[in-house]
Ligand binder design. Structure first.
Ligand code: SF4
Length: 340
């Protein structure tokens, strides 16, 4: 179904409880409503980015105190992936603060994808723009997801980023999609955008040739030194409303509560799950911003009677130990209660 602005406005204007009810019905038609997919995000190359995204601590243009680092060694990345798997994540996302990767980086990136996949985790990368041959190389090593946010509506985009166009982003998404890589793409609330911009963002995402399999909805994490450090906070109900509308517009996508979750109390997160969110970033660090403590997350999941999506079946004997972990992450296993 192709969405129009008028249809989305109807959703935005619904009383919140009606909207939540509708979103929950859609959610239950397509997903186990108690299952949450857990992703861990690691910054494999931090800081020094030439782009000028006004919200970002990693842009070299702003004085945020963040030190630029080199690409992490493959073994360090794999160590983090093992830890993420042991903590219950099913997907491992690797982010680099680049405009685009250099050819010299490709062999290392390929090795990272191969190594993380060998652990039985889904792989995701966010590396900026990609050439055709880079897309092909990542597809050939089996990268599962490419993450590339649209951030906001096409109309508001130019107020936030000037060094890369909206069309650049759409082109990158089309390229990875055409190569058979799944797409993770969403946006950020709290950039000073209007409700119409929020609608515009969701329209873009839902009307792509195929909606992204993962849709992260970020709430701005204000970083001192960036142009958006004094932005108005996002109202909790506005955020929940966007989650619910995203769920209805993209019924088979994983809708993720992404950056900013640290500022959300348990009740707000529970309402997001009611609204159809079924994925979270899990782990203490979200690129360069903090994320809620893992134990806190598992306590919330237990309190709400939710369960985490299991990691894929292991590929080697060495994985037997990890399958125990997989068991302890499941609510209906009594071992789960012992580790909390
Ligand atoms: S959001 Fe990404 S592309 Fe933009 S400045 Fe930050 S690291 Fe660079």
């Amino acid at each position: 179904m192709s969405w129009t602005i008028d249809k989305v406005k109807v959703l935005f204007n619904k009383p919140l409880l009606d909207l939540l009810y509708d979103a929950q019905k859609v959610h239950r038609q397509h997903f186990d409503p108690l299952e949450i997919q857990m992703s861990t995000l690691l910054s494999v190359k931090t800081g020094g980015c030439p782009e000028d995204c006004k919200y970002c601590s990693q842009s070299a243009r702003y004085k945020t105190g963040l030190r630029a680092e080199k690409l992490l060694q493959v073994e360090k990345v794999l160590q983090s992936a093992r830890t993420a798997k042991e903590a219950g994540s099913s997907r491992f996302c690797m982010g680099a603060a680049w405009s685009n990767p250099h050819e010299r980086d490709m062999p290392y990136l390929e090795e990272m994808v191969r190594g993380v996949k060998a652990l039985g985790l889904e792989t995701c990368m966010t590396l900026g723009k990609l050439t055709d041959s880079q897309v092909e190389r990542l597809a050939n090593v089996g990268l599962d997801y490419y993450s590339h946010n649209l951030d906001t509506s096409p109309e508001y985009y130019g107020s936030i980023i000037t060094t890369r166009t909206y069309q650049d982003r759409l082109t990158t998404i089309d390229k990875v999609r055409a190569a058979g890589i799944k797409v993770c793409s969403g946006g950020i609330l709290g950039l000073g955008e209007s409700n119409l911009d929020r609608i515009g963002l969701l329209l873009q995402l839902a009307n792509l040739s195929k909606a992204p399999e993962s849709v992260p909805i970020n709430m701005l994490v204000k970083v001192a030194g960036t142009p958006l450090e004094d932005s108005e906070p996002v109202d909790a109900f506005d955020y929940i409303r966007v989650i619910a509308v995203a769920r209805i517009m993209m019924p088979t996508s994983y809708v993720r509560i992404a950056a900013g979750r640290e500022k959300m109390n348990e009740q707000m997160q529970a309402m997001c799950f009611m609204a159809g969110a079924n994925s979270i970033f899990y782990g203490c660090k979200l690129l360069t911003a903090t994320n809620p403590d893992e134990d806190q997350d598992m306590k919330l999941i237990r309190k709400l009677g939710l369960k985490t999506q299991k990691v894929r079946q292991s590929l080697t004997d060495e994985e037997e130990g990890a399958s125990l972990l997989k068991d302890v992450m499941t609510m209906d296993d009594e071992k789960y209660y012992q580790v909390i």
